[in-house]
Design a protein around this ligand. Structure first.
Ligand code: GLC
Length: 533
């Protein structure tokens, strides 16, 4: 396939707007804050930013409960600010990807207010309303993702239940309604007209539910103490065949505009993930959560899952990789600071479009949140199972001033800032040639200037225990990536035909240009990129 589109050779940077930069001094990040940091992102070398939702919202789920898809919440700024952000980003050759949340709205969205007014409301079937079961009670056994409660809420005035996968404040849209479909496609058009370069689509695999609302089967592996929501297998609430028809319509909608893309949050098994590319007419980039969800940070396991993904990808499909996002614990907290560098090298040397989660480039880690400061509804509804997502959403650490340069010093940020921010911050890292930030920037620059890394094939090779190694190669260029996923030194025998090969980057930020013999010495926690031809 042509692999020279911006979204194929580019790198996406995921901004969690509440936590990136506070410009108006209320302790919450905003659009003008992002505008002020665009130069930093250009300096880093990324190609696109994806913003988690900034639309008007009562913030029951931090903005993933949208009350109006075509405006901006005053917390973040205004439509004018968004226009300016897009213009300023484009001037710097940065694309802007917006979050699109089609599965549900806020209960305060005008559509839902109208829908719940009466059973005859013209928008009644824009949401999923049902009578009680014949014997009374909820229509079926579906459970909420947040807390495993019955996923139906009773509406006293109209004597019916409405369905919601997440909070009762997030009623589910009915994508079987053609009118609703058109209204949601209009939202895509609205933002394309304003210059958005694409959309990250929230829980796209969930937007269509079984037409007959059949009960989900029990999960035989569920035990008390596990997330209560996992008591049922989600056979009828996600990944239904009709979802692909809708995605094709979304794709056709954005294709009326040049070079717009659809990135999808698709939390399904990797074999099923492939179906979300369609015949090149569905998602451009269905997120691949294999590495995020890997149970082990283990060389053999990483090789296994990446080989599997590569083998399953249809020829027409472009891969994509991600190590973290606003829903997942930070990579530094999962594997430690030294291995987080190896992880960044992995992310930026695998085949396919990488997405970097804000702050991962400086090695930010999860921050423990005292119970009285918890914001995330997931933590509030299911305390004790570690589901809370605040720890990975804390303010970006910009410098050594109090509040880390995120907000004014006399303001309390919406979530606490990591207490080691005076060590881990952008300003300090920028002055240190060995910092993780310097390494990430080098990696980005190297990737950009090395065709084998941007578009070469991937081929893993055998390596000693604890080491994951692969070639990236085009017809006339070859790069070897060797990652020591262990903290102990390793020796690796190399194929004999690598004469002339030399190191172009080490995670330790040394060994530049070192020639490679037949045995490669790796220090603990070291990743190396070796240029062969
Ligand atoms: C997605 C979002 C998550 C949100 C949920 C409900 O999984 O990434 O943050 O809570 O959808 O909208």
């Amino acid at each position: 396939m042509n692999n020279n589109f911006w979204w194929q050779h580019g790198i996406i940077y995921h901004i969690y707007p509440r936590s990136f930069m506070d410009h108006n001094g209320d302790g919450v990040g905003d659009l003008r804050g992002i505008i002020n940091k665009l130069d930093y992102l250009s300096w880093l070398g990324v190609d696109a930013i994806w913003l988690s939702p900034v639309y008007p919202s009562p913030m029951a789920d931090a903005g993933y409960d949208v009350a109006n898809y075509i405006d901006i919440d005053p917390l973040f700024g205004s439509l004018d600010d968004m226009d300016e952000l897009i213009a300023e980003a484009h001037q710097r050759n940065l694309r802007v990807i917006l979050d699109y949340v089609p599965n549900h709205t806020s209960h305060q969205h005008a559509w839902f207010r109208e829908s719940r007014m009466s059973r005859d409301s013209p928008k009644r079937d824009w949401y999923i309303w049902r009578d009680p079961a014949p014997e009374g009670g909820v229509p079926n056994n579906w459970l909420t993702r947040f807390g495993g409660h019955p996923a139906w809420t009773w509406d006293e005035p109209t004597q019916q239940y409405y369905y919601h996968t997440f909070l009762p404040e997030q009623p589910e849209l009915n994508w079987r309604s053609p009118e609703l479909q058109q209204a949601m496609f209009d939202v895509l058009r609205f933002w394309c007209e304003r210059g958005s370069d694409g959309f990250r689509i929230d829980v796209i695999h969930r937007i269509i539910k079984d037409a007959q609302l059949r009960d989900n089967p029990p999960n035989p592996r569920w035990k008390p103490g596990m997330d209560p929501y996992q008591q049922r297998l989600e056979r009828y609430t996600r990944n239904q065949p009709e979802v692909h028809d809708v995605i094709r319509m979304m794709r056709a909608t954005v294709e009326a505009y040049p070079e717009r893309i659809l990135v999808g949050e698709v939390n399904v098994a990797v074999e099923e993930l492939m179906t979300y590319y369609g015949a090149g007419d569905e998602l451009h980039l269905p997120f691949n959560f294999q590495i995020i969800h890997a149970r082990l940070w283990d060389a053999a396991d990483l090789r296994r899952i990446i080989d599997q993904y590569e083998a399953l990808l249809p020829d027409s499909a472009w891969p994509t990789q991600v190590l973290g996002n606003h829903d997942e614990h930070r990579i530094t907290s999962k594997v430690g600071a030294a291995q987080a560098r190896v992880g960044m090298m992995l992310l930026l040397t695998l085949r396919g479009t990488p997405t970097i989660y804000y702050g991962d480039e400086i090695g930010m880690h999860d921050v423990e949140i005292p119970p009285e400061l918890v914001q995330d509804p997931w933590e509030k509804f299911v305390p004790g199972i570690g589901a809370g997502r605040d720890p990975q959403r804390t303010p970006m650490q910009w410098d050594t001033t109090s509040n880390a340069g995120f907000c004014p010093t006399d303001v309390t940020p919406w979530l606490p800032i990591a207490n080691d921010y005076t060590d881990i911050n952008v300003a300090t890292a920028q002055t240190n040639a060995h910092s993780m930030l310097s390494m990430t920037r080098e990696l980005i620059a190297l990737r950009r200037t090395t065709p084998a890394l941007t578009r070469g094939n991937y081929r893993s090779i055998d390596a000693p225990d604890g080491v994951f190694a692969y070639f990236r190669e085009t017809n006339d260029a070859q790069v070897l990536v060797v990652l020591n996923v262990d903290d102990q030194p390793k020796q690796m025998e190399l194929p004999p035909d690598l004469t002339g090969a030399h190191v172009v980057l080490s995670t330790h930020m040394d060994r530049l240009n070192e020639s490679i013999g037949t045995t490669l010495e790796l220090r603990g926690d070291e990743g190396l990129i070796v240029k062969v031809t």
